[in-house]
Structure formats: structure tokens, C-alpha cells
Design a protein around this ligand. Structure first.
Ligand SMILES: NC(=O)C1=CN([C@@H]2O[C@H](COP(=O)(O)OP(=O)(O)OC[C@H]3O[C@@H](n4cnc5c(N)ncnc54)[C@H](OP(=O)(O)O)[C@@H]3O)[C@@H](O)[C@H]2O)C=CC1
Ligand SMILES: CC(=O)C(=O)O
Ligand SMILES: [Mg+2]
Length: 759
């Protein structure tokens, strides 16, 4: 491999030195093992180890399927190699393969929450390798074979599939084939080709090559239209040199005796061979709009720059992340195993592979959300020659591919534990990717069961349109975009956003409710310095007024806004239109998710320096929200002192607030004043045995807005916490305000929260 002291062409942004340092720094390597149960006390130890561990041992002996309940087996995959074909670097042995295998293991975890460990086996003998792996069945839920050279890999995989009752999947074969097939489906669509008549040349007749052409043929490409090549050139019928049974199966009648011959007039080049195997001259000889997948790693058969120099009309893909169209098995293996493990599949069969390829291809044709656009540094990709396949960081991959694979396993009869509710399964997959999704999942399910009409006030903003479209597509209800219809349609069309059925556009000026709404506003504001014409102007020109009045008048159920105005300005408008709910106080509550814990923090939006009375109200509102979010509140009234120490005037408001709550006889647990560590850590709380909280606090009432704002923002930036909110609570009608930097997915989440109505 060439030394990379300078950043390489195509924008590769590291040197060899940096790659080594990356692997060396901190704990050497890329993964570690972390316990999932507490190991802090004597009791923990007795449960986790002897004597407690004997109980699951005996239960599993009696019923082996209980291993999925009591051990990590069901979510554990081995990445197994002997290092005989490490990427395109060749046979460098098992030890040198370890960085790649550790890499695959962490990708399993990062993208699909599959726990994985690398196993490098020091033998090139096929039987020894098989024997080594076959006895590992009790440990794992699946076996991912990696970087084993052909034809050994074919024998190894097929024997292990027979011998083991868990999925055995050679990623370089099937993972690669699935991704290439998905890319090819889309490239054919873009170039207007009929897949069945395409002429394909595959260079590389090893693990990846044989599997790629088998799947390509399964998609409908005719056998005689595929020429397979290896180091000795095209595999024609009757060729004897360098053959094996897997190559022979794909031999065709052809006069081509070199890759250059084979490529003349070909539609597609599939490269799974080595760096530099394809020349610009060969590319020039291909058919119009040639499809070139140069997938050798780490360096492709030809670079996109070299192709661009000879052909402007090519669709070009590589296996690398620094060029457009990365056709790499990372898009498949994490999610394929996720789906297979979740139904306890006995194998990964053809229908599951085909389902994965189609699901992946279909995803690339969908509009791209902000999270994916961010991975493109703001250049939102659109289905076309430069975007035929989703990027590995696309957060939708898990909920797209895994359910397709799980369903295909169920339909083809290899699922030991079929999934009953596929819709909620897809949602749990999002929660695996992102803990926030777990919390939002309940809200989404509830809203889906009673869909709402939600106003997306800033209707001319593309991220708002995307959010509206996604809100409707997810079955959460109807979306109303406020804005000029022409402008909305123009922006949507330019940005490639589908304004699907279920989206309504309202232009305040043209609406027959215009006069009525202006009078409604005037009735509310006439004694606050507003004339009718002022109200008319606000109704005509300010979408937040229009949207809020729609909600106030019952023409919509809820509203989301905030993308173009700062929080306080938007809140001020909303409060001019919508009253406080009787018996409530308007506050902002932020949900903080960190290290598996969920804490509600208030007031993060409205009260600057609350009085003791106001603090007590905030505690009551926040406790109510906690219950609406599905958990029983334990409220800590926070200060920098704990139960009078150190004595300070500043803590007095908080102490009084606790006394007020005492008088009100509220029906939830609360106590204070206390410092944050006492509230959150039972060991620290143990010093105060009189404390009335039965566990660590899950609702934190801050003494002032600045403390709330500073601490939540620090948690987000330094603590790696996810913060949802502030959720606006206490209004008579539900409105949520997002921050100006919100992405479309944030807006959808807040629209769902608004539709759910946390008050
Ligand atoms: N993008 C992706 O996701 C993936 C890419 N790959 C890449 O595909 C390549 C092959 O991997 P894999 O199939 O596992 O390896 P194998 O060792 O199983 O197969 C390699 C094949 O390439 C052929 N080959 C080698 N050099 C040439 C050449 N100059 N011209 C034509 N054919 C050649 C070999 O021919 P012969 O049979 O004559 O020895 C053999 O058939 C690697 O570069 C790898 O990184 C693999 C998996 C996934
Ligand atoms: C991506 C991969 O698995 C390979 O190149 O071998
Ligand atoms: Mg590989």
C-alpha cells in the first residue's frame, strides 16, 4: 500500500502515522468488554457468580432455548478469519487481520447494537478451521466469516452452515453481493436499463466475485450476459488453467481472452479483484453510461478521477467512504445480522439476502433526511448518478433493512422466534440506534393510535417541509404548512421533497378565515395596546399568530414552530393567543438522557428567577409531565446546599418551596433543598437517612433559569447526554417550540410531542 504522508486524492484526510496513532492511543485496539450488570456489592457478586449463577445454569440445561434469556448469546456474533484474503491486501495471516476484524466487530455495535468479538484462527487448513469454529455454537448467536480466500471460503461456509444451527454468513461473499446488487438495481434504473439484458463483466472470481454474480443472476441478469474474469482473464467454457468448480459454474461461450476484450461494449464492470486492474482505455470501450463498481479495498480497480477523465457519462462506485457511492458490505452485515438475531433465525438464506438488497435499493430512492445530509457536509444527495446507495451513516438503515430480513426469515420458515408486531419492532430498532428513540417511541405509538392535525408554522422552510412529510409518512396525522403555496411548492421541488397526501398548505392572506382570526386576536389584545388593523397585520404576516390561532380555535390540534424565530419571541406570540391551562403554570421541561438514565429538568424556558411559590408550581408541573411520559416522579428541589448546609440566603427560596409543597400535600415524592450529587447518587443520599426520596431523583427542579440552562447545555456538550426540549408545558392547547438549529427529525419529534400533549 502506498504511503499516505500526504492526504490522498479524493479527500482522504489522514496519514499512515495518524492511522497508527488512532489504533494505538488510549487502550490499544478498537474494542473492550463492558459488564451489563452491576458488580458493586457482595450481593451482586453472589447473583452474578457463585452461588446465584447456578440457577440459570440449571434452567438452560433443562431448556436450552433459555440461553437466549439468561446469557448474551442471542446478541453475540463472532467475526472469524484466518487472514488469507485481508481486504485486497492478500494472505497476510491471522494476526495482521486483527485490526480489520476488530473494526468489523465495532461496526456491528455502532450501527446495529450487535455485540461482537473477533476470533483470528491460526490455520490455513480448511478442516482445522471448520473444526475450530463448529464447536463454538453455544457461545454465539451468529458467525460472520471474514476475509478468507476463495475457494476455501466456499467449503468452510457450506460445511459450517450444515454443522451449526445459527446463521453462518461469509460477509465478503454475501454482504458484498447484497450491496452491489442494490447499487446495480438503482444504477440500472437511473440509466434506463433492463436488468435482464445488461452485459456484465465481473473481475475477481473469488469470495466476493462468485457471490456477486450469483446474486446478480438471481436478480434476472442472463447467465450468458455475464463474463467472469480472474488473474488469467475471462472464464470461458473449456478453460483449464486456474479453475475450480465455483468458477466453472459461471463459464460462458466467449471469444474474449482478456479483460479488455470482455469489456468492449459491456454495460457493467463489477470489480472485486485488486487495485489498478481496470484501465482508462477499457472504460472508454464500454457501452454508453457505463456502470463501474470498482470495489477492491483499500484501493479500487480504478479511481473515479481516472474514469472521469475518459467518460463523463459513467456511474461510478467504489468501496471507499471518501468518494460518492460507497458500495461496501458495511451497509449490510450489521443490519442483516440484527434482523436474523431478532427472530433467532437458524440461517441467513437467499430470500433474506434478496430482501436486504431490495430494501437497501429502495432506501436510496427516498428523500434524504437532515441527519444524512449532515454526513455530506450540507450537500444533500438526491437519487441519481452520484447517489445510488445510502451512506453508512444513514440512520434509517437499521429500521429499513433489519425488518425486511426478519420478515423474509419468517416467511421462509427459518425464524425460531417470529415477530408479532413488525411496526413496534421497527421502532425498537430505532431505540437501539438512539436512546432518545425509546422514549419517543411511546409517544409516537400513542399519537399513531389517535392521529392529529398539526400546524408546522414555518411552512416555507425546507427542513419544516421535510418534517411535515415525515410526520405524515409515519402515520402521526395530517400536517398543515403555513406559507405561500407557490413558494412552498417551488422550494419542495428544488429540494426534492415530496408533498404527500395528508399535507395541507394554508396561506393566511388567502384563507376565508382571515377576518375571523383577526377579530379573534383583536378580542384578546384590544386592551393590550393593539388596534384591529394591528391584529390584521399580525394575522396576515406572522405565521406563528396564524398557526396558534388555528390551534386556539380548534382548526388544528397542535402546533410546532421555532425554526426561524428565537424561543422567547415565538413563546411570546403563542402566549398572546393561547391561555395557560386552568390550574397550571407554563414552564419548560427538558428531558436529559444519559448513561441509561432519564431525568427531567425544569424550568428550562420560562421563569428567570422563580419565587418559592413558583418553584413549587414548577415542581408540580414537572411531576405531572413525568407521569405523562410514563414514569413515577421523584422530585429533587436543587440548590448548592443540602438540607441547610452550607447555610445560605440563596437556598431559602428552595427551602420555602419544599414547605409549600408540604402544605399542598402533593401526591408525588419530593424533597430538598439538596445538591445535584445527593439527588442523583444514592451513596451520597445515604448520609441523609431522613431524605424522603425512595431512590435517585428523576425530576430536578433548578433554583433558577440560568442554572437550568447552563447545566443542561454542559451535559449535552461535555457529558454526551441527549437533551430533548425544552418541552413547553402548561398551555391550554399544545404548542412546542424547537430551537433554530433543529433538524427535520427534531421537528418531527417535537410535532409528535405537541400532538401527544404532555400537559
Ligand atoms: N467493497 C466491498 O464491500 C468488498 C470488497 N472486497 C474486495 O474484493 C477483493 C477480493 O476479495 P475476496 O473476494 O474476498 O478475495 P479472494 O482472495 O477470495 O478473491 C480474489 C479474486 O481476485 C482475483 N484477482 C486478483 N488479482 C486479479 C487481477 N489483477 N485481475 C483479475 N482478477 C484478479 C483472484 O483471481 P484468481 O482466482 O485467479 O487468483 C481471485 O479470483 C478485495 O480487494 C476486497 O477488498 C471484498 C469484499 C467486500
Ligand atoms: C469490505 C470488506 O469486507 C473487504 O474489502 O474485504
Ligand atoms: Mg472483507
Amino acid at each position: 500500500m502506498a504511503s499516505r504522508d500526504e492526504p490522498a486524492k479524493g479527500g482522504l484526510s489522514f496519514t499512515d502515522q495518524e492511522a497508527l496513532l488512532f489504533h494505538q492511543q488510549g487502550k490499544p485496539g478498537k474494542l473492550e468488554i463492558v459488564p451489563t450488570k452491576p458488580m458493586a456489592t457482595q450481593r451482586d457478586l453472589s447473583l452474578a457468580y457463585s452461588p446465584g449463577v447456578a440457577v440459570p445454569v440449571l434452567a438452560i440445561k433443562e431448556d436450552p432455548s433459555r440461553a437466549f434469556d439468561y446469557t448474551a448469546r442471542g446478541n453475540l456474533v463472532a467475526v472469524v478469519t484466518n487472514g488469507t484474503a485481508i481486504l485486497g491486501l492478500g494472505n497476510l495471516g491471522p494476526l495482521a487481520a486483527k485490526p480489520v476484524m476488530e473494526g468489523k466487530a465495532v461496526l456491528f455495535k455502532r450501527f446495529a447494537d450487535v455485540d461482537s468479538i473477533d476470533l483470528e484462527i491460526d490455520t490455513s487448513d480448511v478442516d482445522e478451521f471448520i473444526n475450530c469454529v463448529r464447536y463454538l455454537g453455544p457461545t454465539f448467536g451468529g458467525i460472520n466469516l471474514e476475509d478468507i480466500k476463495a475457494p476455501d471460503c466456499f467449503i468452510i461456509e457450506s460445511r459450517l452452515r450444515e454443522l451449526m444451527d445459527i446463521p453462518v454468513f461469509h460477509d465478503d461473499q454475501h454482504g458484498t453481493a447484497i450491496i452491489a446488487a442494490a447499487g446495480l438495481i438503482n444504477a440500472a434504473m437511473i440509466t434506463g436499463r433492463d436488468i435482464t439484458t445488461m452485459k456484465v463483466v465481473c473481475n475477481g472470481a473469488g469470495a466476493a466475485g462468485i457471490a456477486c454474480i450469483e446474486l446478480i443472476k438471481a436478480l434476472g441478469v442472463a447467465h450468458d450476459n455475464v463474463i467472469l474474469c480472474d488473474t488469467k482473464g475471462p472464464i470461458y467454457r473449456g478453460r483449464e488453467a486456474g479453475m475450480n468448480q465455483w468458477k466453472s459454474a459461471h463459464a460462458v461461450d466467449t471469444d474474449a481472452r482478456s479483460l479488455a476484450d470482455a469489456l468492449k461494449g459491456a454495460d457493467v464492470f463489477v470489480g472485486v479483484s485488486v487495485k489498478g486492474a481496470l484501465t482508462p482505455e477499457m472504460v472508454a470501450s464500454m457501452a454508453d453510461q457505463p456502470i463501474i463498481f470498482a470495489m477492491a479495498n483499500p484501493d479500487p480497480e480504478i479511481t473515479p478521477e481516472e474514469v472521469a477523465a475518459v467518460r463523463e457519462d459513467a456511474i461510478m462506485a467504489t468501496g471507499r467512504s471518501d468518494y460518492p457511492n460507497q458500495v461496501n458490505n458495511v451497509l449490510g452485515f450489521p443490519y442483516i445480522f440484527r434482523g436474523a438475531l431478532d427472530v433467532q433465525a437458524t440461517t441467513i438464506n437467499e430470500p433474506m439476502k434478496v430482501a436486504a438488497a431490495h430494501a437497501l435499493a429502495a432506501l436510496a430512492r427516498e428523500d434524504v433526511p437532515d441527519e444524512v445530509a449532515a454526513a455530506y457536509k450540507g450537500n444533500r444527495p438526491r437519487f441519481g448518478p452520484e447517489y445510488i446507495i445510502p451512506v453508512p451513516f444513514d440512520p434509517r438503515l437499521i429500521s429499513c433493512i433489519s425488518p425486511a430480513v426478519a420478515k423474509a426469515a419468517m416467511d421462509s420458515g427459518v425464524a425460531r422466534k417470529p415477530i408479532v408486531d413488525m411496526e413496534s419492532y421497527a421502532q425498537t430498532l430505532n431505540a437501539r440506534r438512539d436512546p432518545v428513540a425509546g422514549t419517543l417511541q411511546r409517544i409516537f405509538s400513542k399519537v399513531r393510535s389517535a392521529p392529529k392535525r398539526v400546524v408546522f408554522a414555518e411552512g416555507e422552510e425546507p427542513q419544516v417541509m421535510r418534517a411535515a412529510s415525515s410526520f405524515v409518512a409515519q402515520g402521526l396525522g395530517e400536517a398543515i404548512l403555513i406559507g405561500r403555496e407557490d413558494e412552498i411548492r417551488r422550494v419542495a421541488s428544488e429540494a426534492g421533497i415530496e408533498l404527500r397526501a395528508g399535507i395541507e398548505i394554508q396561506n393566511a392572506r388567502l384563507s376565508n378565515k382571515n377576518k375571523d382570526y383577526a377579530e379573534f386576536l383583536f378580542a384578546r389584545l384590544q386592551r393590550r395596546g393593539y388596534l384591529l388593523r394591528d391584529c390584521q397585520r399580525l394575522v396576515n404576516g406572522d405565521r406563528n399568530y396564524w398557526g396558534a390561532i388555528m390551534v386556539a380555535r380548534g382548526d388544528a390540534d397542535a402546533m410546532v414552530t421555532g425554526s426561524t424565530r428565537n424561543y422567547s419571541v415565538a413563546l411570546d406570540t403563542v402566549r398572546k393567543v393561547i391561555d395557560t391551562k386552568p390550574g397550571h403554570r407554563v414552564i419548560g421541561a427538558s428531558l436529559v438522557l444519559a448513561r441509561g438514565r432519564q431525568v427531567l429538568v425544569a424550568d428550562t424556558a420560562v421563569h428567570d428567577m422563580p419565587t418559592s411559590e413558583e418553584l413549587a408550581d414548577i415542581a408540580e408541573e414537572a411531576a405531572h409531565v413525568a407521569r405523562r411520559l410514563g414514569y413515577e416522579p421523584r422530585v429533587a428541589m436543587l440548590a448548592f446546599s443540602t438540607f441547610g448546609h452550607p447555610a445560605s440566603e440563596r437556598a431559602e427560596r428552595v427551602i420555602e418551596a419544599v414547605a409549600i409543597l408540604d402544605k399542598r400535600r402533593v401526591d408525588f415524592e419530593y424533597d430538598g433543598e439538596m445538591a445535584a450529587d445527593v439527588a442523583l447518587n444514592m451513596d451520597a443520599m445515604a448520609a441523609y437517612p431522613f431524605c424522603r426520596l425512595s431512590g435517585p431523583a428523576n425530576v430536578l427542579i433548578m433554583p433558577a433559569f440560568h442554572a437550568a440552562s447552563i447545566s443542561t447545555k454542559m451535559l449535552q456538550e461535555l457529558g454526551g447526554s441527549t437533551v430533548i426540549g425544552p418541552l413547553l408545558v402548561g398551555l391550554d392547547k399544545p404548542v412546542q417550540i424547537v430551537s433554530m438549529s433543529s433538524k427535520d427529525s427534531d421537528i418531527v419529534n417535537m410535532a409528535a410531542v405537541a400532538a401527544y400533549n404532555v400537559t
